[in-house]
Write a protein of this length. Structure first.
Length: 634
């Protein structure tokens, strides 16, 4: 009964929270399932309130941990980057809100671990149950896609990103494998063995090179720690026993076996790295851009959560290739936070190494083996983050691994003054988070209502764009620096101009795109749309001028070069099918954490710069036969 109350029930509750957060704080929770946002925030606040009550009632104490100076250094780096880059303060403040949420959540788990309300095995078992749910969903996904298409997809699960899914797979695979190797129950070994096998298949199908490398490093480190750690102070290490056995059986030195295994490991790593060259060639431009951004502002960085907008401006990237990070956490920190961020990162690494050393000295036997599994997972995730970056839900799970590894095994109570400071800081943090959420919700909920109404109108018939734009104007007035609202307003204004062909509507759309481009001049789609609107207004010179400016800001996007050729030389481009940019929606959602309605590329672009293929064929026929158009029309 005691175990039920202290372990099983809390573990099941944590598992349910993990499953809910899978929908509540992943991209669907931020972008699509806005109705869940109040409940999601309510769960976080409930955890914070429970923690606060435990401290106020004297049941919990504040202990010394390495996290307090870490959080302080990161907070300073965030604030410096935001203050030094006021042009990006709006998006940076949104990123800061999530950083605060993660720090607050980490504080809850740190408090629970140091006060023995939660244990590491309890959290691990909740993660394993979550993994069972994800593996079931992923297997169903693979089966359905293979049945319908005959192809095996890159496994992403509803997480939506194979690299994010691979991070979760790394965690649960190592946790399951540890139980296979340490339990004495044959049934548990079989179940965890099957669990591990399925997870490895998913990891292979994810195609995540970073995830696969991270797992191999985690596995190698875990095996190494197990081999060279004494189970008891006076006992031989497993490596010593294995060396004697190998030498007796084969007569070969253990060094030869180790060298052979090491060589095979290098071959496997090289095969993974260079398979399709996805880890190198595809991401090199992102790495170069991150270094360039750092060199421009090394002391402050370019601003928190600004790599995506800078990528849009610097790399002339159409929205379907837009990313919020350079696929590397250290490079993202360099670009966005500069030297203060690198200092915080360096301190965090050193504090982590020291915490691992001290914790390993305090543990023996099975407890040490379990802790070593967590250390191996953290090292594997760290390697993966050299070539990728977790976000939202997955980032939260990764940070929980950090908490389990770095929280002291035998913590020392903090002085009274630090306990008071901790309580005040947590109260301020959660109050600010709550105020920020209420402000965000009061704006974003109505915005999503407008989007949903427009989608319903599109499905039923014509859309009332003037009414939608009027309501969106009120939202823009409340949050004038949010670029997504400007993108959506300009898009609807352009569609209204195409629908009505009225001069006033065309002028309204042109003004909307001018405002949008004054905020984000690197947004190539907007330049293409603005030029098409000028063409629609009967002003080809302004259309050409807009394209000339657009090609300066976004020189790599071919769409505007085609338009320029069509407008400046009156040579429309043959059109096989209408060009749309619906696939750009996910990139906008990823970078700005807002939903948006398609199309991003206005129909006027097709109408003004391109001719249908059948019309082109007719023109060629008329030219060859020298027939007047009237003859064909008759």
């Amino acid at each position: 009964m005691t175990r039920l109350r202290t372990h099983t029930l809390p573990m099941l509750l944590l598992f349910l929270i993990f499953v809910y957060m899978y929908f509540g704080i992943t991209f669907t929770g931020v972008v699509a399932l806005t109705s869940l946002q109040p409940l999601t925030m309510g769960i976080f606040l409930a955890g914070a309130l429970f923690t606060g009550v435990q401290y106020l009632r004297g049941r919990w104490k504040v202990y010394n941990t390495p996290f307090a100076p870490m959080f302080a250094l990161w907070a300073v780096a965030f604030i410096i980057s935001i203050v030094a880059n006021p042009a990006y303060a709006r998006i940076s403040m949104e990123g800061l809100w999530y950083m605060g949420l993660f720090m607050g959540t980490m504080s809850i788990f740190i408090s629970a671990l140091t006060n023995k309300a939660l244990t590491r095995p309890l959290i691990e078992e909740a993660m394993l149950l979550l993994g069972f749910v994800l593996l079931f969903i992923g297997s169903l996904q693979i089966g359905l896609i293979f049945t319908n298409t005959g192809a095996i997809p890159r496994t992403a699960n509803p997480i939506g990103n194979p690299n994010f899914y691979a991070m979760i797979l790394l965690i649960i695979t190592m946790l399951a494998l540890h139980r296979v190797l340490t339990t004495h129950s044959l049934f548990v070994q079989l179940m965890m063995g099957l669990y591990t096998l399925v997870a490895l298949v998913h990891l292979l199908l994810s195609g995540s090179r970073g995830g696969q490398l991270g797992f191999l490093v985690a596995l190698a480190l875990y095996i190494g720690l197990r081999l060279f750690t004494r189970p008891q102070p006076e006992a031989e290490t497993p490596f010593e026993r294995l060396s004697k056995w190998l030498h007796k059986r084969t007569g070969l030195s253990p060094k030869i076996w180790i060298a052979g295994i090491f060589a095979m490991g290098i071959v496997v790593v090289l095969l993974i790295v260079f398979q399709r060259s996805r880890l190198t060639s595809g991401r090199t431009p992102l790495y170069v851009l991150a270094v360039q951004l750092f060199l421009e502002r090394p002391l402050t960085g370019q601003g928190l959560f600004t790599f995506g907008p800078h990528m849009l401006a610097r790399m002339s990237t159409p929205p379907n290739g837009l990313l919020p990070h350079p696929h590397s956490v250290p490079l993202a920190i360099m670009a966005e936070l500069g030297l203060p961020g690198l200092i915080a990162l360096g301190y965090s690494i050193l504090a982590g190494v020291r915490a691992i050393w001290m914790s390993r000295q305090a543990l023996i036997g099975k407890q040490l083996a379990g802790y070593d599994a967590l250390v191996a997972i953290l090292v594997g995730l760290s390697l993966h983050h050299l070539v990728d970056s977790a976000m939202l839900y997955v980032a939260l799970l990764v940070l929980l691994v950090v908490v389990m590894v770095m929280t002291p095994i035998n913590p020392i109570p903090a002085p009274r003054s630090r306990q008071i400071a901790f309580g005040i800081s947590q109260a301020i943090l959660w109050s600010v988070l709550c105020i920020g959420f209420l402000w965000h919700s009061s704006i974003y909920q109505p915005y999503m209502e407008i989007l949903n109404e427009v989608r319903q109108q599109k499905a039923a018939g014509p859309v009332d764009y003037p009414a939608a734009m009027e309501r969106l104007s009120e939202i823009m007035a409340a949050d004038p620096h949010n670029i997504v609202y400007h993108i959506q307003y300009a898009d609807w204004a352009g569609l209204l101009a195409d629908q009505s062909q009225a001069k006033t509507d065309i002028e309204t759309a042109i003004a909307a795109y001018d405002r949008l481009l004054s905020i984000e001049p690197g947004y190539g789609v907007a330049w293409a749309n603005l030029a098409a609107l000028h063409w629609q207004a009967g002003d080809p010179s302004s259309a050409v001028e807009a394209l000339e400016q657009g090609m300066v800001h976004a020189p790599d996007w071919r769409m505007m070069a085609w338009q320029y050729h069509a407008y400046a030389y009156n040579h429309p481009i043959p059109q096989f099918k209408p060009i749309e940019w619906k696939q750009g929606l996910s990139s906008i959602q990823l970078v700005y954490l807002r939903d948006i309605e398609s199309p991003l590329l206005l129909p006027q672009v097709n109408e003004s710069a391109m001719v249908p293929l059948d019309e082109l064929a007719a023109r060629l026929f008329l030219g060859l036969m020298r027939l007047p158009i009237a003859v064909v029309e008759q």
